[in-house]
Write a protein that binds this ligand. Structure first.
Ligand SMILES: Cc1cc2nc3c(=O)[nH]c(=O)nc-3n(C[C@H](O)[C@H](O)[C@H](O)COP(=O)(O)OP(=O)(O)OC[C@H]3O[C@@H](n4cnc5c(N)ncnc54)[C@H](O)[C@@H]3O)c2cc1C
Length: 512
């Protein structure tokens, strides 16, 4: 348990003026290296920084006070830190102020059952939202992430993608109002109809324009049960054809969740056949595989919601919806579980990985959006060659529909209507038990280089670049708007320095 010392004494070399301003804060401020070093790490485990102080805000007033304190200085920056689940230091502020948004999480999920929405603190974990909404009211948000130990403000600053996004869009398309403290220090309530510029800037805005202190999330009736299904394919084109068919079907003819992943055609317990089964009494019988199967195989992952008092309908509904699918006969796995257990499924992985020490090891993850146009070529080079031995964790690949993404937000995605999320979620023991991190980072770079060289229609998701030139390329035609929004809402470039998009300044003109 981390204990923060209230207003503990600053080191002598800290600037007296901003420290004086922070005394207004109702939460806590800590300058002690024991505590600041925690805010200088993240899930990626590849980068370390040292913030000047960590603030645990009690309210949006405190968040505004921190930003205003930074404004009085020539170079102090401020990073909101969600749960620190970034990979490349995106939530860090070296020598700056880190706002630990979890301090405003916890109980701050207020549900309006009549109007079917929840008002949620930016620092709340999605897991907390789930428990409050589903257990308390039988209601649930429409769009999730796979893992729920992430904060609402953190995923809304990126996109928030999972197996429901094909239908409802990412989490950034499923929020109706925000309270934001801008880089100017103003606390603003915004929505698609009120201060909409700020609303859309902040969604997918990589923390650049303001700190999300509250989000209004629409809710719908939650199911109580889920049938979770995995279907194996030996051919990529059959896998993608079925996945794309399902994401384009109307709701009544499709599933409530569609994802997919690549696995190794071997008995390797982590990367191979055993990673596909859903229950300990299930067995992956490779005799069912066609003799010409390649080095990797594909798994379509589906889920159907249902209510436990109507279980008899489920079998026939599943059969009807799967009629057209061409998976390998005999390699179909399914299990029924509660909606809560389904949504918390990755927590079990976290517990196992924590026990074996690989949750704390470095995670050089790579996330991409690759257009349908290029995904078969990507499969041929990346999955079948570069990653044919697996990565020690999931290699997700599943289709999404551009039309479900609100183009007014700051998120950038490929041009094509259908594009694939590719998530290379590497889990390997720390070196020397596992490979050196640099080797894995180089492999990621090789993959990105390949995509660029072949002219793929692709974008990095949870992007990470070192220069503004690279960021301009990433945003493409959206760059001028992104830079203009920065000048408007954070003209001194105080916020989210760990993204390395803009440099701290006193003059807004230097940003462009
Ligand atoms: C195990 C694991 C599973 C994941 N699963 C998924 C998934 O299924 N789908 C998916 O889309 N992503 C997934 N992610 C990625 C996740 O969305 C990002 O890591 C994201 O950064 C959220 O993490 P966080 O809440 O810890 O935010 P942080 O990493 O702490 O912050 C991320 C960025 O947002 C900014 N920020 C944080 N809070 C706020 C706020 N309140 N207001 C403004 N800016 C803020 C930070 O300054 C930083 O720039 C996963 C990550 C991990 C480690």
């Amino acid at each position: 348990m981390i204990a923060f010392i209230e207003h503990s004494l600053p080191h002598e070399n800290n600037d007296a003026q901003w420290q004086e301003a922070l005394k207004e804060i109702q939460g806590t401020v800590d300058y002690d290296s024991i505590f600041t070093s925690l805010a200088g790490k993240d899930f990626g485990g590849m980068k370390r920084t040292k913030p000047a102080a960590v603030v645990r805000p009690a309210s949006s007033f405190d968040v505004a006070t921190v930003i205003k304190a930074a404004q009085t200085t020539p170079n102090l920056t401020v990073a909101a830190r969600g749960n620190g689940h970034s990979i490349n230091g995106q939530a860090m502020a070296n020598k700056g102020l880190v706002i630990d948004m979890r301090a405003m999480g916890g109980d701050h999920v207020v549900v309006s059952a009549e109007e079917s929405y929840a008002d949620v603190s930016g620092g709340a974990l999605w897991e907390e939202v789930l428990k409050r909404c589903v257990l308390g009211y039988g209601l649930a948000p429409r769009s999730w992430t796979d893992y729920l130990g992430l904060t609402v403000g953190g995923t809304l600053s990126n996109a928030g993608v999972s197996g429901q996004s094909f239908r409802y869009g990412p989490q950034t398309s499923n929020v109706t109002e925000l309270e934001v403290v801008t880089g100017r220090g103003d606390t603003v309530i915004c929505s698609p109809f009120l201060h909409s510029d700020l609303f859309f800037s902040v969604l997918g805005g990589l923390g650049q324009f303001g700190v999300i202190t509250r989000a209004r999330i629409p809710l719908q009736k939650a199911p109580d049960m889920v049938r979770w299904i995995r279907l194996v394919y030996s051919e990529f084109d059959e896998f993608t054809r079925d996945a794309e068919y399902l994401v384009r079907q109307p709701k009544e003819d499709s599933f409530d969740y569609v994802e997919g992943f690549v696995f190794v055609n071997s008995d390797d317990p982590i990367n191979g056949w055993p990673s596909v089964t859903l229950d300990s009494d299930q067995w992956f019988n490779p005799d069912f595989l066609p003799p010409n199967s390649g080095s990797v195989l594909y798994c379509l992952e589906l889920a159907l919601h249902f209510h436990h008092h109507h279980p008899s309908h489920v079998d026939s509904e599943v059969e009807r919806k799967m009629e057209a699918l061409k998976y390998v006969e005999g390699l179909r796995f399914s299990v029924d579980l509660s909606y809560m257990d389904f949504l918390l499924r990755v927590k079990k992985v976290e517990q196992q990985a924590t026990a074996s020490g690989i949750w704390e090891a470095p995670h050089p993850w790579l996330n991409l959006f690759v257009s349908k146009r290029d995904i078969a070529d990507f499969d041929r080079t990346v999955f079948k060659k570069i990653l044919k031995g697996g990565i020690g964790g999931p290699m997700l690949v599943y289709p999404l529909l551009r039309s479900r993404w609100d183009s007014r937000t700051s998120v950038v995605i490929p041009e094509g209507e259908i594009f694939y999320l590719v998530a290379l979620l590497r889990f390997t023991p720390p070196y020397p038990s596992g490979p050196p991190v640099t080797e894995l980072v180089d492999e990621n770079k090789e993959i990105v280089r390949h995509c660029t060289k072949k002219g793929y229609d692709f974008k990095l998701y949870l992007p990470h670049y070192k220069t503004q030139h690279e960021w301009k390329q990433h945003f493409g035609s959206q760059w001028p708007q992104f830079a203009e929004r920065k000048s408007m809402f954070d003209p001194m470039a105080i916020l989210a320095p760990g993204q390395k998009i803009f440099s701290r300044t006193h003059k807004s003109s230097q940003l462009l």
